[in-house]
Design a protein around this ligand. Sequence first.
Ligand SMILES: Cc1cc2nc3c(=O)[nH]c(=O)nc-3n(C[C@H](O)[C@H](O)[C@H](O)COP(=O)(O)OP(=O)(O)OC[C@H]3O[C@@H](n4cnc5c(N)ncnc54)[C@H](O)[C@@H]3O)c2cc1C
Length: 429
Amino acid sequence: MKEVAVIGAGVAGLYSSLELLKRDYKVTLIEAREAVGGMARSITDGGFIFDVGSHVIHTNSPKYREFVSGLLGNDLLEKNITAKSYFEGKYHNFPPIMGDIFDFPKKKALKILLSLSLGRINQFRGKKRSFEEQLIFLGGRDLYETYFEGYTAKFWGVSPKDLSSEWVPRRVLPRFSGRSALANEWQAYPKHGGIETLSKRMAELIEKKGGVIHTQTRLKEVQSKGGKAVGITAETPKGDENIPCDSIISTIPLPQLFKILGKKFEIGYRSMIFVFLKVKGGEILPDTTICFFPSSKLPFTRLYEMPKYSPFTCPEGYTSLGVEIPCFYRDRVWNTDENEMCGNVTSALANERIISEEKLVGCLVRREQYAYPIPTFNYYERIESERSAIGLSNLFIAGRMGYFQYLDMCDAMESGERAAIEVEQSFRK
Ligand SMILES: Cc1cc2nc3c(=O)[nH]c(=O)nc-3n(C[C@H](O)[C@H](O)[C@H](O)COP(=O)(O)OP(=O)(O)OC[C@H]3O[C@@H](n4cnc5c(N)ncnc54)[C@H](O)[C@@H]3O)c2cc1C
């Protein structure tokens, strides 16, 4: 029986393990953290459950819908995530609909309408557009400046002029038609346990089917011979362990894999800090699940209210907020200590009258080093050439930071399946 080592137990590694077991391979899945789930993990603290980042399962594919439905069974909640945008002291519909534009002072409303029309006329035909050019083309400069410019710069930490427009169709385009980015997709969330329940259920299935999962086990080295991987060395709580294998699927962040392989990786990524607030009382975000904050004066880009995903994430009489703060790894924001970070966020929210500080009963901070690959100009060509430099014919990659592409959970699962198929094809050669 051929043996495959899968590295990383986020949704991509878990799903690829299930696909490998379906094909009768022996699977050893190793995970550096104490539990499975990766980026889609949940923190439980004093009766509150927080997801590390706002997470809802969404897909257009009947296959993944069926898989998730089967996995969660009675624990499945079908969802319709709604969004608003907050600026100038007010919540605004997001995406805006025509009528919302007249909420602005008359002069600004007219400017937005005019620039919306001019934007459409002013086409940059034949030219590869930057993110900024593409958005101005679609919605005009005023709409872009009001809703997207500040948010995009804060989110990515680079100017929207330097970002590629290639991710606009999926992520941003639906918003210009007045619908939320996920409006056309099936959306779901686990009733109990937070988003991590999805991964826990996959892990149970893997073990039931004979796969082996080692947590607190970190990939340290890949042994190779003649351009092929023949085994891995893993750091475990009991010391280093050698695991022989016939093939590898890696879902760990590509920059980290390159470091282990002794290679350079040049494309940037964005990190994120999550502040979790426990708050006495009812709803905070009015009629919305998530809210975007384009203003550069506020340190966060997005807030999400956990009981809106599932009421079982919070004790009765309380609500809870997740706050997302993008940054670069080890920059000043990343290095801010937990107390100061909680203080900064709560006072910014209190100044905006979004929460009152007396109702706050607790605050936690978590950090994710590898959150988003930055899609700068020419990113797509550059990443292709980076991926091809791995140089081991039986080492395949999958997952969001593993494949280094802006993938969501069902996309990450799909990439895990693709890697399992690549393993199978390589054995047939
Ligand atoms: C803020 C935010 C919001 C999001 N919202 C949504 C959403 O609403 N809907 C959605 O579908 N998706 C969402 N996503 C995306 C989703 O989280 C990812 O697509 C998905 O979790 C990626 O899974 P993965 O398995 O590819 O990667 P990961 O979950 O990152 O898994 C990689 C695993 O490898 C482990 N690892 C790292 N190094 C080593 C090593 N050396 N040895 C062993 N193990 C190692 C890590 O600990 C990790 O568990 C969001 C992401 C973020 C950051």
